[in-house]
Ligand binder design. Structure first.
Ligand code: KIV
Ligand code: ZN
Length: 387
């Protein structure tokens, strides 16, 4: 089965989430967890951004032994020198160079023609070749770049010495069929494409980041970039745990797999949330608090009979203990009785009827009925009916 490389950029694009700032100690803690998670490549930061980030990338480069450590650089000599300084002690370093290719960026931001963009990127890749054997090149805003020009950029990058060409949908603009088509076209039209790896880097502005990354996989991408919990600029990046679990759960469809250590997902999510201060929404796929929780009576009844009725993945796979049956106003008698057994109560049918109607009254007033609530009214009702 084809392996999909996972490139984690929690420490770089993830750190670009507004309000997030990780110090060296925090970056190291996340980097070690990413190693345990089995991430293939981790982008530790943007060394030219600040002396602090250069030092942090250097610390990660020295500490990490089981993954490629990547540093980001604009296509400028000073940035490449800073990245070399930061990465020179890494066991397996990689430089990630970028330069925007879309008409909007060329015209308004870079003020470069297509030819000037190609020349600047080529010069940067060749310069980086003095220091690095692994060079990833990203045409920023590739998603809004003319497809024939993107083919030219990719051709130039391969000839100049890039080992990975990463296709960023920088502003999360594309739909899966469009993003997939870029990969298909590059594979078909760029000579020598088989010599390099193609990578997908997606943002979630329209909620398409994971779907777009998977569309790229279906069309031949070798690598997916993303972050833990999907944090990142604006609406964030592709959530890597979503990609890994999609490949795992739908192996039949994707015919590809990652080597993420799935049982480390929950721990990684909690750590990144704690250190970045970015709370994971309850309904977030895979790692949200409700991802394996069931409230309605019909679902709970199904779950108690056979878990696969309402769960396509098991919580144990991602390192959680078990699914949760949350008692609320939609819950039914079956889940309620199971909860009572769990809490150590054996009630007669008559007691169960009284307790269940008391529970429904309470559930109408509260979002979730806790174990403590149940204990309180059961003790009261049992005493009542025994007297
Ligand atoms: O979104 C983007 O274009 C980026 C590049 C630096 C790869 O993060
Ligand atoms: Zn990005």
């Amino acid at each position: 089965m084809r392996k999909i490389y996972l490139f984690d950029t929690t420490l770089r694009d993830g750190e670009q989430s507004p309000g997030v700032n990780l110090n060296t100690k925090e970056k190291l803690e996340i980097a070690h967890q990413l190693e345990r998670l089995g991430i293939d490549r981790m982008e530790a930061g943007f060394p030219a951004a600040s002396p602090g980030d250069l030092a942090a990338v250097n610390a990660v480069a020295k500490a990490v032994k089981n993954a490629t450590v990547v540093g980001l650089a604009r296509s400028r000599v000073q940035d490449i020198d800073a990245a070399y300084e930061a990465l020179k002690d890494a066991e397996d370093p990689c430089l990630h160079l970028f330069l925007a290719s879309s008409p909007i960026h060329r015209q308004h931001k870079l003020r470069m023609t297509k030819e000037q963009m190609l020349e600047a990127a080529e010069a940067a890749i060749k310069y980086a070749g003095k220091y690095f054997t692994k060079i990833q090149f990203s045409p920023e805003d590739a998603g809004r770049t003319e497809l024939d020009f993107l083919c030219q950029v990719t051709d130039m990058a391969i000839k100049a010495g890039a080992t990975v060409v990463n296709i960023p949908d920088t502003v999360g603009y594309l739909y899966p069929a469009e993003f997939g088509n870029i990969f298909k076209t590059l594979k078909e039209q760029v000579p020598g494409i088989e010599k390099i790896q193609l990578s997908a880097h997606c943002h979630d502005d329209l909620g398409m980041a994971t779907a777009n990354a998977l569309a790229a996989v279906l069309n031949g991408a070798d690598q997916v970039e993303g972050t833990i919990n999907g944090i990142g600029e604006r609406a964030g990046n592709t959530a890597l745990e979503e990609v890994a679990m999609s490949l795992e759960t739908r192996q039949d469809f994707f015919q590809a797999k990652s080597t993420m250590v799935l049982s480390e997902i929950a721990r990684s999510s909690r750590l990144v949330s704690k250190l970045t201060g970015m709370v994971v929404p309850g309904n977030k796929a895979i790692v949200g608090a409700n991802a394996f929780a069931h409230e309605s009576g019909i679902h709970q009844d199904g779950m108690l009979k056979e878990k696969t009725t309402y769960e396509i993945m098991s919580p144990e796979t991602i390192g959680l203990k078990e699914s949760k049956l949350v008692l609320g106003k939609h819950s039914g008698r079956h889940a309620f009785r199971e909860k009572l057994i769990d809490l150590g109560y054996e009630l007669s049918d008559e007691q169960l009827n009284i307790a269940f109607s008391k529970f429904k009254d309470l559930a109408d007033k509260k979002k979730e009925v806790s174990d403590e609530d149940i204990r309180a009214f059961i003790e009261e009702k049992i005493v009542d009916t025994q007297e």
